[in-house]
Unconditional design. Structure first.
Length: 538
C-alpha cells in the first residue's frame, strides 16, 4: 500500500542521489532499535521476580482449574479477557506454572508490538516515522513492565496496533481495486479482538467511524453500507456476549471496584461542576503523553501534546478518516471514564500507546524534512529528551538485583518447618501470592486471614483474627514488608508499614517471637501465643 502521509513525499521531483543510502541508514537504525528493544524486554523478563498479588490472583483463576471452570466465575476480583486467560492456561499445560511460562504471552506481545508499531508508521508515512516511533517505544518503562507481567495490558497495545493495520487497506483513497479479503480479515479480527483485549472495543468503534467516512467519500476499498451495518452489530455483540457470559462482576465486587478506582481518581467527574473537575480532563489528557512519550521529563508532556496536535492536524489535512481513527479513542476513553465504566490509569490505558505515539512520530518525520535552520537539531533534541529519562530509569530497573529470598522460599521454609497443630495467619495483602505458591508447592496447610476490602485496610479485622489464635503454641504469620521492589507510591508504602506493625505489635503483646525469616517484600514470623491463652481469664 502506498504511503498515505505526508503528501509532500509524493511529488514528481526526482529523488536526490543519496536517497537510497539514506533509506538504508534509516532501515539499519530501525533494525538496531528493534534489536535493542527485544534485548531489553527479554532481559527484564529474565530477571523479573515472583508474581505480585494481582498476578497471583489472576493465575489462581486458571492454574489448577479445569477448562470448564475457568471464568465461571472469575475469582479474587481479577478479571481478564476470556481468550487471554485460555491462552495462559494452554501455556501452563505445555510449559508448567513457572513465572516464565505465566508471563510468556505478555513477553511475546511486547516483542511483537515493536515491529507492528514500526510497520504501522511505515505504512502511514515512511521509514523515518517508523524510526521515531521505535525510539519512543524501545525504552518506555510502562510498555517494558507489562511485557513482563501476567496481565493483559501489553496485549491491549498489540491488538490496537494490529486492528489499525488491518483497517489501513480499507481506508486507502488511491487503491485501484476492491480488497474484499482484507475486509473479511478485519471483520473476523473485530469479532475476536474483545476476547483478547477489553479496550479493543474503543478501537473498533473508532475504526467503524473511519470506515463510515471512507464509505461516504466513495473510496474504492471502503465497505458498502450493508457491510458497515453488519460490523456495527457483530463487533458490539461479540463484546457483550463475553461480558455477560464471563466478565460481569458480582454486585459486591462491582461496588468494591467502583470505590477503589474512585479513590484512585480514575473516573471522570461528570458533569464537571467546578474548576477542579475541569482540571481532571486537562490533566488526564497530558497524563497520557507523560506515560507514552515523556516519562519523567518535567514539562515535556506539554511539548509532546503540542507535537501530537501538529501530527493530528497533518492527518486532518491529508486524510479525515485516519484522523478520526487516531483521535476517537481518546474521546471514547474519556466518555467511558465519565460513565464510570472504564478507568484512566497507567496500565488500563496501554491500548492508547499507538494513538499517542503514531501522530507524534509522523509529525517528527514531517518536521525533520523541513529546510528551515535548526529544524533537524530541534527534532533530534526533542526525541532525545523524550527518550533520556526513561532510558536512565530503564538502566536502573534492568540492573540485576542481589539474589534474595522471596515468597517462594518462605512457602518452602514453612512447608518444611510447620508442625502438626501449628496455625498459619496470612495478611490480606499477600494472601493471593501465598495461595498461589502454596498450591504450586503442594503445601495444603490451612490458614486464616482477616476479611478485606480493596478500597481500605482495616487493622481491627486483623486483630480480631489474631485474637482467635491465642490458644496456639505455634503461630506463623506472613506479612508484607518494605523491600527493594516495593511500589514507590506513598500510600502503598504507608499501608504496608501499617499492616506489618499491626500484626507484629499485637502478637508481641500476646506472646513471644520464636523465629523470623526475611523474604524481600514479605516476612515470615513464628510466635508462641500459649502464654496469652493461659493468662486470659476467659
Amino acid at each position: 500500500m502506498p504511503s498515505t502521509y505526508p503528501v509532500a513525499e509524493q511529488s514528481s521531483r526526482p529523488a536526490p542521489p543519496d536517497a537510497g543510502a539514506q533509506v538504508r541508514r534509516l532501515y539499519a537504525a530501525g533494525a538496531a532499535l528493534l534489536g535493542l528493544g527485544a534485548v531489553v524486554r527479554i532481559w527484564a523478563f529474565a530477571i523479573r521476580g515472583p508474581l505480585w498479588n494481582d498476578e497471583a490472583g489472576l493465575a489462581l483463576n486458571f492454574v489448577g482449574r479445569e477448562f470448564h471452570d475457568i471464568a465461571r466465575p472469575f475469582l479474587y476480583q481479577q478479571y481478564a479477557p476470556y481468550l487471554y486467560v485460555m491462552t495462559d492456561k494452554l501455556t501452563t499445560l505445555v510449559l508448567g506454572a513457572s513465572e516464565y511460562a505465566l508471563r510468556l504471552p505478555s513477553l511475546l506481545a511486547g516483542l511483537a508490538l515493536l515491529p507492528a508499531l514500526a510497520w504501522l508508521c511505515r505504512r502511514l508515512a515512511d521509514a523515518r516515522a517508523a524510526l521515531f516511533a521505535l525510539a519512543l517505544l524501545v525504552a518506555n518503562g510502562l510498555v517494558i513492565r507489562y511485557a513482563t507481567e501476567l496481565k493483559p495490558y501489553e496485549q491491549d497495545a498489540l491488538v490496537a496496533t494490529a486492528l489499525w493495520l488491518l483497517a489501513l487497506p480499507l481506508l486507502d483513497a488511491r487503491a485501484a481495486t476492491e480488497q474484499r479479503r482484507k475486509g473479511a480479515w478485519l471483520t473476523l479480527a473485530g469479532v475476536l479482538a474483545p476476547w483478547f483485549s477489553l479496550p479493543s472495543i474503543f478501537v473498533l468503534a473508532a475504526i467503524g467511524v473511519a470506515l463510515a467516512i471512507a464509505t461516504w467519500q466513495h473510496r474504492p476499498n471502503a465497505p458498502r453500507p450493508a457491510r458497515l451495518a453488519l460490523l456495527a452489530v457483530l463487533w458490539p455483540a461479540s463484546f457483550a456476549f463475553q461480558y455477560l457470559s464471563f466478565l460481569r462482576p458480582t454486585p459486591v465486587d462491582a461496588a468494591e471496584l467502583q470505590n477503589y478506582w474512585q479513590g484512585m481518581n480514575a473516573f471522570a467527574p461528570f458533569p464537571p461542576t467546578s474548576l477542579g473537575d475541569a482540571r481532571w480532563y486537562f490533566g488526564k489528557f497530558f497524563y497520557l503523553f507523560n506515560l507514552f512519550v515523556a516519562q519523567g521529563a518535567v514539562g515535556l508532556r506539554y511539548v509532546a501534546a503540542a507535537v501530537w496536535l501538529y501530527g493530528v492536524y497533518g492527518l486532518w489535512r491529508r486524510d479525515r478518516a485516519q484522523c478520526a481513527l487516531t483521535t476517537l479513542p481518546f474521546l471514547l476513553l474519556i466518555a467511558a471514564a465519565a460513565a464510570r465504566v472504564y478507568i484512566v490509569c497507567d496500565r488500563t490505558v496501554l491500548f492508547m500507546a499507538p494513538f499517542a505515539i503514531v501522530p507524534i512520530a509522523l509529525a517528527l518525520s514531517d518536521l525533520s524534512k523541513l529546510r528551515a535552520p535548526l529544524t533537524q537539531p530541534i527534532v533530534i533534541a526533542l526525541t532525545a529528551l523524550a527518550c533520556l529519562t526513561p532510558a536512565l530509569q530503564m538502566r536502573d530497573e534492568l540492573r540485576e538485583a542481589h539474589p534474595s529470598k522471596d515468597v517462594r522460599t518462605l512457602v518452602e521454609y514453612l512447608k518444611h518447618h510447620v508442625r502438626a497443630g501449628d496455625r498459619v495467619y496470612v495478611e490480606t495483602q499477600v494472601d493471593w501470592i501465598y495461595a498461589f505458591y502454596a498450591r504450586r508447592a503442594a503445601f495444603a496447610a490451612p490458614y486464616v486471614k482477616a476479611a478485606s476490602r480493596m478500597d481500605s485496610y482495616d487493622p481491627r479485622a486483623a486483630i480480631e483474627v489474631l485474637d482467635t489464635l491465642k490458644h496456639a503454641p505455634r503461630v506463623w504469620a506472613l506479612v508484607p514488608t518494605l523491600g527493594a521492589d516495593t511500589s514507590p507510591d506513598p500510600g502503598a508504602v504507608e499501608e504496608i508499614q501499617r499492616a506489618e506493625r499491626v500484626v507484629t505489635e499485637h502478637m508481641n503483646q500476646l506472646g513471644r517471637q520464636l523465629d523470623k525469616v526475611d523474604g524481600g517484600n514479605v516476612r515470615l514470623y513464628l510466635y508462641d501465643l500459649s502464654a496469652a491463652a493461659a493468662a486470659d481469664p476467659g
